[in-house]
Every structure is written in structure tokens, then in C-alpha cells.
Design a protein around this ligand. Structure first.
Ligand code: S3P
Length: 178
């Protein structure tokens, strides 16, 4: 079991990348993002993969990215928001990592999305708020089932979220889960 790896799961714009980088620095671990591995293997940006090859192809690359990221040692892995929609991904995360869910509200997602236009193909379209609400409601049970630890993130700066994660990990390992 590689429980020395920490994976961050959560909806788009929940802060996985910003928090993950800081968490990795704090804990002196490596940092890796499944989205970056997918982009490297496809040789194109996520939005172009969706546009040219479709979501199913993206999900196949994403599964390979989850597999290779979780086989590393001593790293923080920021997972794309849809990783939990595949049971085979969740099985790898739970076997090889401690899974931390960054929970976020729809309001916060919409606010953050406005600062990063065009980056989330699944929220592109006329009603991103309605779409985010729908997707988040559908995925919430999946994040819940995947996670060892849930962290409420809305309205909190990344450094606060990192502090909360570090404390939660200490409790987690202290209660004989390591
Ligand atoms: C997706 C989330 C994105 C990216 C892709 C699909 C999803 O990652 O993997 O656009 O299905 O939720 P972030 O969660 O980093 O935005």
C-alpha cells in the first residue's frame, strides 16, 4: 500500500492545483496533476482533447494518468474533477493514496470560473451555474465514497486549506489508518 501518497479530489475549481502545490511544498513531497499528465500524453490542451477526440478518449488517458501518478512514491496528486466518476480510478486512489476531498459550493465554483474563462469544457455553454449545480449534485456521493478526509474549502484561501489538511492528516494517521 502506498498510503504515503496523498490525492486531492473534488469538483472543478475547488482549488486542487493551488492547494496541492502548497501542500506538497509544506510536506516536502513531489507534486503531480493528472490533467498535466493527460495533456503531455495527448500533446494538446484538455479543451482540445475534448473538442477533437471527445470525452471518452479523455477518460481513457485520465485513467492511465491516475495509474501512473499513484504508482509514484511520496507525492501529492491533484486529480481532475471527473476522476471519481470511474470506479477503477477510485479503486487505485483508495489502494495507493490517502484521499482528500476538497469540498466546494456552486457559488464558489462559478466565481472562480469567471477568472479562468474557457478552461473547463464541461462547464462551457449558456448556463454554467446550472450545469455546475447539476454535476456537483450528481458527483457529491462519488467524492464522499472516495474520500478518507473531507475538507470544506469555500471562502478559504489556499494556505488555510493546507493547514486544515495537514491537521486532518495528522489525526487520520494518529487514528491507526496509516
Ligand atoms: C473535469 C475536470 C477538469 C478536467 C476536465 C474534466 C471534470 O479538471 O480534468 O476538464 O470532469 O470535472 P479540474 O477539476 O482540474 O478542473
Amino acid at each position: 500500500m502506498r498510503r504515503d501518497n496523498i490525492s486531492l479530489v473534488g469538483f472543478m475549481c475547488s482549488g486542487k492545483s493551488a492547494v496541492g502545490r502548497r501542500l506538497a511544498t509544506t510536506l516536502e513531497l513531489d507534486f503531480v496533476e493528472t490533467d498535466m499528465l493527460v495533456e503531455a500524453s495527448a500533446g494538446m490542451a484538455i479543451r482540445n482533447i475534448f473538442e477533437c477526440q471527445g470525452e471518452e478518449y479523455f477518460r481513457q488517458l485520465e485513467h492511465a494518468a491516475v495509474d501512473s501518478a499513484t504508482l509514484r512514491d511520496n507525492c501529492v496528486i491533484a486529480c481532475g474533477g471527473g476522476v471519481v466518476t470511474r470506479a477503477e480510478n477510485v479503486a487505485l486512489l483508495r489502494e495507493r493514496t490517502t484521499v482528500v476531498w476538497l469540498d466546494v459550493t456552486v457559488d464558489q465554483v462559478v466565481k472562480r470560473l469567471q477568472g479562468q474563462p474557457g478552461t473547463r469544457p464541461l462547464l462551457a455553454g449558456p448556463n454554467p451555474e446550472g450545469r455546475a449545480a447539476e454535476m456537483l449534485a450528481a458527483r457529491r456521493p462519488m467524492y464522499e465514497a472516495a474520500a478518507d478526509i473531507r475538507i470544506e474549502t469555500s471562502g478559504r484561501p489556499p494556505d488555510d486549506v493546507v493547514d486544515k489538511i495537514v491537521r486532518a492528516l495528522e489525526d487520520w494517521h494518529g487514528s491507526a489508518h496509516s
